[in-house]
Design a protein around this ligand. Structure first.
Ligand SMILES: [Zn+2]
Length: 193
C-alpha cells in the first residue's frame, strides 16, 4: 500500500505506532499545520494513497481519533470493538494488469468517495479497518496493555506495541514487576527465620 512518501506512514508498524501516539494527542492544542498533517495521514491511510486537495471544515479528525482510541484500548485489553458504516459508498477498483515477468500482481483497491468539492473528510470507521489491517501485518498480539500492579485492583494499563517477548510497557515497569515477584518470597523467608 503506497502511502505518504515521507512522514509516519511508510510501514504498517510505523502507522500502528503513529496511531498509538495520535490517540493521546490533545487536538485542541494542534497548530493548523499539524491538524492538516493529521487529516492527510488519516485520509491517506484509509484510502491507500496520498490525500489531495483542501481539508474540509468538517474534517472528522476528532471522530477518527475517538474511533481509533476505542479500537486500540479494546484490542490491547483483549476486548472486541464494533464499527458501523451506514452510508458509505465503496468503489472497488480492479488490479492493474500484471506486467510481463512481474513477480507480483497488482492489488484490488477499495476507496470511499474520491472527489468532493469542499475537500475529503476522514471516514473514522475506515481508519479503524486500516488500523486493524496494519495491526495484523505486524502481528496483532503485540498490542498490549501493561499488566504491572499499581495497587490492590489497579494496573498500569499503558498501551504499547511490544517488541519480542516484552510484557511490561517500559524497562522500569519490568524491573518493578520483578521486584514485586521477589518481595513475597523474601517476606516468607524473613518470617521463617
Ligand atoms: Zn507500565
Amino acid at each position: 500500500m503506497a502511502i505518504a512518501p515521507r512522514g509516519p506512514g511508510r510501514t504498517p508498524e510505523a502507522r500502528v505506532e503513529w496511531a498509538l501516539k495520535f490517540r493521546l494527542l490533545d487536538l485542541t492544542k494542534l497548530s493548523e499545520r499539524a491538524r492538516h498533517r493529521a487529516w492527510a495521514m488519516l485520509v491517506a491511510w484509509e484510502r491507500g494513497r496520498p490525500a489531495e486537495g483542501p481539508r474540509p471544515a468538517q474534517d472528522k479528525v476528532l471522530e477518527a481519533q475517538q474511533a481509533l482510541r476505542e479500537v486500540i484500548e479494546a484490542l490491547a485489553n483483549g476486548l472486541p470493538d464494533v464499527v458501523y458504516m451506514p452510508e458509505t459508498t465503496w468503489s472497488i477498483w480492479p488490479a492493474r494488469r500484471r506486467r510481463p515477468g512481474a513477480r507480483r500482481g497488482g492489488r484490488v483497491t477499495v476507496t470511499t468517495d474520491h472527489t468532493r468539492p469542499g475537500g475529503l473528510p476522514v471516514t473514522p470507521e475506515a481508519v479503524v479497518l486500516a488500523f486493524v489491517n496494519d495491526l495484523n501485518a505486524v502481528e496483532a498480539d503485540r498490542l498490549k496493555a501493561c499488566p504491572l500492579k499499581t495497587g490492590e485492583e489497579t494496573t498500569c494499563g499503558a498501551i504499547f506495541l511490544a517488541a519480542r517477548r516484552q510484557i511490561y510497557c517500559t524497562a522500569r515497569h519490568a524491573q518493578a514487576a520483578a521486584w514485586l515477584r521477589y518481595q513475597p518470597k523474601r517476606k516468607t523467608k524473613e518470617a521463617l527465620s
